[in-house]
Each structure stands twice: as structure tokens, then as C-alpha cells.
Write a protein that binds this ligand. Sequence first.
Ligand SMILES: *Cc1c(COP(=O)(O)O)cnc(C)c1O
Length: 371
Amino acid sequence: MNTPDNPYLLLTPGPLSTSRSVREAMLRDWCTWDDDYNLGVVTPIREELVRLATATSPQDYTCVLMQGSGTFSVEAMIGTAVPRGGRLLVLANGEYGSRLARISRTLAIDTVVHDSGELAPPDLAKLEAALKEEASITHVVCVHNETTTGMLNPLEGIAAVVKRHGRVLLVDSMSAFGGIPLDVAALGIDFLVSSANKCIQGVPGFGFVIARTRLLEECAGRARSLSLDLFDQWRGMEEGRGKWRYTSPTHVVRAFAQAMKELEEEGGVAARHARYTENQRRLVEGMEGLGFRCILPHDLHSPIITGFHDPEDAGYRFRDFYDRLKARGFVIYPGKVTGIASFRIGTIGHVFPADIDRLIRAVGESMHWAK
Ligand SMILES: *Cc1c(COP(=O)(O)O)cnc(C)c1O
């Protein structure tokens, strides 16, 4: 809901709208040397994230928290998991998949990219052929929900192929984890990354990696960066019982603990997924009722974010539309699909079906180009 201290809802790919109670959890300071913080806040978060990631085999996984926005954790994961002499196959179909490839090349990792284009899911037959023919490929990385378009990539299918060929699987589940049910152990995912301010609905400031403990243990000395060394960060948190190597974003972490509590109170990931799904259903129904068209076919959509074609009317300007919606309490996001004039509306965060109904009314009132 919009309140005087929070004048608009963020219907964007992140940061997202948060609850007032999450923001209020930041109103005190914490000592990072003390058990109050390390054992009382950080350690339970790490344990609960592992349980969220796998109900079947939590004993096989561990969790590392990392300062920075989500990309920092992606870079830490790739730079620590792939050894010298390793080769990484990147499945890309949008901005975030391309970023995985850019990170890998920046770290001087031997990189192969399978880009299926922004409007198509990854080509599983091509993946299968590459893993069969090229023994040099040691690791595969993919995006779970491609936030560029809102496409939900076929994680089960990708994981099945990668596991059949015995490779290590890394997943950027930034905009899906906590909002779309999954079990990393059941799928065979080895490393998965997400951040505080997407579906868990915390505030921005850190990311986290869920890792298969047995594989992370092999990663000593591999990282191409001091501060983004996931192995060292993990050792520090294990030996220091929740201690971060360098200054911890204490207020953000405390807000995240509150966000985790609110996720549980809502009914867990299944309930959150149901809310996001209903948000997105009402969004698409309402927007199509007003004459807008989705970029993706409905069956490729995640409940996370939806891309719409710009109206073709000569009088349409994104900036004017944006400003009119903002004045009515909603902010939306420009599109990023190559060659398609578009905009995006997110349906995650502290946003409810009644908010989407209000949004649709506001969109109807903001279509000045159609009048
Ligand atoms: C948000 C997001 C990221 C990380 O973005 P930051 O701006 O660094 O937090 C990475 N991958 C995906 C799929 C995302 O949606």
C-alpha cells in the first residue's frame, strides 16, 4: 500500500516494495563482534535459506552471504566455483544471461555461450550435444527467471541434461528464489544465487549463494578476487559462527531476518508464489482488457515480471505514461528487449492483488494517447 512515507509502489525488477515492518527492523545498530548479531541474526538466516532451498537434503548444502547487490554474488559464485582450466557454458536469453557471460569473460574464464535470443527458451538439444561432444566443458550456468522478459526458463530440463552428463550446475535464481518453489537437491543444482531484495522482500545490500558443501570445500584458493572469494567468506562465517569477513551490512541483514519471518507467516514459498501468480494473472487480464499486448506467449511467463509492447499510437511516450502512473502511486520500468519498443511491470514485492486492481484503474486513467 502507498503511505505518506512511501509514496509509490515499486512494480520493477528490484529493488522492490517492502513492508513497513521490514523497514522498521533497521532502526537500531548492531555490534558485529557480538553473539546477538552473529548467532542471533546471521546464523539463523543462513540455516533458514538452506531449508528454503531444499526440503529434502539440507544437510548437503550450506549458505554464504555476500555484501553488495546481486551481481556481486553472481561474480563471487562464478569466480570461486570454476577452477583454472575449467570451462563454463552459459545459457543466455536476455540481459542477465549475457551478464553471466560478461562476468565469466572478465574473470578470464574459458567461456562458451549458447544464446537462444530473448524470445526463446534455451535449446536443450544443443546443450545436450555440447556436453556430449565437448569434455572440456566443466560447468554450466543459467538464469532461472530471465528478468529481461519475465521468461521462466525450464530449470528442471536444464538440470536433467547437465546432471546426466555429470557437470557442475550454477543457477542465477536472483528474481525467482523465494517466489517460485524449488528444491536444489532434487534438481541436482550445485550452486544457486539470489539476493536480499527480490522475492524474499528484504532491502537491497547483500546477496547469498546456496552451495553444495562438498563442492564448495574444493574451492579454496580458486577465487579471482579477494573480496569476492566465496570460499573464504564461507570459512569466515563457519569459523566465526556468523562473522562476515569485512563490514557486514547489519541493518540490511536485520531487515532480511524480518523479511524471512514475514515469508513464513505468509505461508512460505508456496503461498508467496500463489500471491505473485494471482498478481500477474490480474495484471495480464487487466492490461489486455485495455488493449495492451504481452511480449511473450502466456505459457512462457513467470509470475515475476511481464513485458508489454508499447502502444502504437503516435501520442504515446513512455516518460509521460510513467509520470502519470507515478502520480497515481505506481512506478513501472522501461523495457529491454532488443528491437521491441516495450515496458515492464513487476508483480513481486509487498504487492497484493488489490494493488494490481488499483494499478489497472490507474493505467486506464493514464492512457492519454488513446483519447
Ligand atoms: C536483479 C537480478 C540480478 C542482480 O542484479 P543487481 O542489480 O546486481 O542486484 C541478476 N540476475 C537476475 C536474473 C536479476 O533479476
